[in-house]
Design a protein around this ligand. Structure first.
Ligand code: CA
Length: 327
């Protein structure tokens, strides 16, 4: 039934306008984003209006909503109501009762209605975003999957905040609609900085997805965007010149793991371990190291379980990778 959200009535020459300033949904002014639909007695979709779009203003209002009548030139094809038909309305897919006003259809009329409908609202998060890594000037997408477990059509919105204000969210400017039982994906994109004075950092993004019908029905979580000027996971991590930082082994680890790296030429080498809040929890001077492959053992005793980042800094390059300590 997902197609309902985009289905449109036959835009014929005959129509009546319906409008409201006091329509209720779950006992409150019908929220912005709600979809009002009109049907003729044969259940032909004849009008659609979204609260908050076009001439519809705030919550509680809809219209002017064109409810298109039958095209009399197409005999035997029902495109909409005929004179004196009673128009049936739904709000977010739920049948609406007419509290006041006259829903019968007459061409070229305007009719004010008060409608009321209800639905149960429930949302289950079925996919949470995973931590990602990125470099300068990238747009990184995070996705939250939600299933509408309510009894009617719902629509979702996401808000975010960043621990590092150099990162910006690019949010969708419209709701994501889901019929009852349907799973949809609510995305947000994060623009990484063009320039920064802190070349390696972690942006912790707090996000909240809420129901448009009942914003108190919501899910909040957080996800990390690991930012490094030299960490290029899309390309497999091999950097120009032969410098490479390899994935630690074992990973996940408890309490110790081995970190390997390759140097194209001799360099002073520093190992740093950073937590998800960007705090350096280990900074170890490995001294001058020769060209070739090296490994160093790292012991996480004293740290709590979670994601950490390890970074090898040389005279000419540095690279950061992620590891997971599980106790
Ligand atoms: Ca017709």
């Amino acid at each position: 039934m997902a197609a309902l959200a985009s289905a449109q009535p036959y835009p014929g020459p005959r129509f009546a306008n319906y409008y409201s300033s006091a329509t209720l949904f779950n006992g409150l002014p019908v929220p912005v984003g709600s979809i009002i639909r009109a049907y003729d007695p044969n259940n032909v979709l004849s009008g659609v209006d979204t609260v908050g779009l076009g001439p519809s203003a705030p919550a509680g209002f809809f219209g002017f909503m064109n409810v298109y009548g039958d095209d009399l030139t197409t005999v035997g094809v029902d495109e909409g109501p005929i004179t004196d038909d009673t128009v049936r309305f739904t709000i977010n897919g739920r049948p609406a009762t007419v509290v006041s006003g006259d829903p019968t259809w007459t061409d070229q009329t305007q009719k004010e209605l008060v409608l009321s409908a209800t639905m149960s609202v429930a949302m289950t998060v079925v996919e949470i975003p995973t931590d990602k890594a990125a470099s300068f000037n990238k747009v990184i997408r995070f996705t939250v999957g939600v299933r509408n477990d309510g009894s009617g059509e719902d629509f979702y919105h996401i808000i975010t905040s960043h621990s590092d204000t150099a990162f910006k969210s690019i949010l969708q400017d419209s709701f994501v609609y889901a019929d009852s039982g349907q799973t949809v994906f609510v995305d947000f994109d994060v623009q990484t900085p063009f320039f920064t004075s802190t070349p390696d950092t972690v942006d912790v993004i707090n996000f909240t997805v809420n129901s448009g019908v009942d914003p108190s029905v919501q899910y909040s979580g957080s996800v990390s965007l690991i930012f490094s000027i030299t960490d290029v996971p899309d390309d497999g991590g091999q950097l120009p010149g032969g410098f490479a930082l390899h994935q630690n082994y074992p990973n996940p680890f408890n309490p110790s793991t081995t970190i390997s790296f390759s140097l194209p030429r001799s360099s002073a080498v520093q190992l740093e371990v950073i937590d998800v809040l960007g705090r350096v929890v280990e900074s170890r001077d490995l001294g001058q190291q020769s060209a070739g492959d090296h490994s160093v053992s790292y012991d996480g005793t004293g740290l709590s379980s979670g994601i950490y980042f390890y970074r090898i800094v040389t005279d000419y390059a540095e690279q950061t990778r992620k590891m997971l300590l599980v106790k």
